[in-house]
Design a protein. Sequence first.
Length: 446
Amino acid sequence: MNRDSANMLDRFLSHLESVFFISLHDAQEIISNFHQEMRHGLAGGESSLKMIPSFVGRPKGTEKGKFLALDLGGTNIRVLAVELDGNGNATLAAVSKFVIPQEMMSGTGDKLFDFIVDCIQLFFKENNIGIQQAYDLAFTFSFPVEQGSIASGKLIGWTKGFTAAGVEGKDVVALLSEALKRKEIGFIHVAALANDTVGTLVAKSYADPYCDMGVILGTGTNACYPEKIAHILKCPGLGASEEMIVNIEWGGFSQLKTNIYDNVLDRASLNVGKQLLEKMVSGMYLGEIARLVIVEMMEQGLLFRGTSLSAFSKGYALTTEHLSMTAQGSGFFADFGLRDVSATDRQTIREICRIVSTRSAKLAGAAIAAVVAWMDAKLESDHTIAIDGSLFEKYPGFKGYMIDILNDLFGDRGARIKLDLAKDGSGIGAAIIGAVAAFNRRRMIT
Ligand code: ADP
Ligand code: MG
């Protein structure tokens, strides 16, 4: 590479760094905009944050029994059997994971729900679980739902690339129960519907009283926290307890400075103009942002010179797993038919991935800071943030960047915020929610 090209490359990379940079001032602005949107959302006004009441409070740790949970994420379906000992211990007795095929995401709702029930049946077979007894099942559904009660809720709109027809506006518990009936499975009763963030918060707070936030950083991103019922102005008369967990649906947060790559990604997406924070933060999109940068740099002759663009020309060809590989020191080049990649190109790719993933982690950190500051403006107590999702779990260094921004924002007090992986939390927590729902139902019957 000659000196002119090296200079152009340096200039491009510093430009890239600046358009993806989140300054302390940006983070503070995000926090104040977030608070405004939270306030409007809770009052039922216009807001990019839906602030959905979950009909669930934090658990007491005394819930007991064996429950099933079904966790429909954006990429995977997990079926779990969870045992609660009544002493704050939730044990995963069995779990099976299935990848959701593309044709199920974009076919009809009936086809999707039939597939989900097939997964449940396979789970019973794989784990040799008898079907003699009846089971209560909690359904974790990781999409925006207008919850009507603990065991009903209508899908507001698909996100994360799903388009299955005939589901939007419908009660997803009824759709699941109908699919169970179609397949003549009478021994499973859908006892609760939970958002994945709520499951995650409940799972961690079963044993940790300082846990007051559930966050998802996987295919998509979202969070929840316990809110005083008196503050949920849009839903008067939610019940006698003091607090209820609110699903923020923060993936929809829209007061953000997007750059050219974000705008191109958004315009080509299935939900144009929606889920802006999700599109800048979550696992479904980081690979695509990096791909758009790579394509531009190849067009300008700054990367992989002499190589045809075709390997990178397909939307979503590059995934977040690929980015994560570069942070582990390996490359993704073989997957794109690239051989003999120069040291400069390798370094450039590492830089692109670092820039894209750092912004994601800092935005996630700023959003967490906003919710913590909403609950505890002076940061007077400790806060455990339960986080589930493969992006947080597996992206090297991701958590470190989140901690950096929390420390920048809060100084020494930032250490009061503990970011804790809640692996499979969304499913385990749903089982706990199912336990509470089943207990309340029996109490009502007897
Ligand atoms: P779901 O969103 O379906 O609940 P996960 O929490 O497992 O499932 O998140 C899956 C997403 O996490 C994938 O779409 C991908 O973007 C991201 N991901 C998976 N593996 C890795 C990895 N090794 N490093 C970073 N991100 C990953
Ligand atoms: Mg998930």
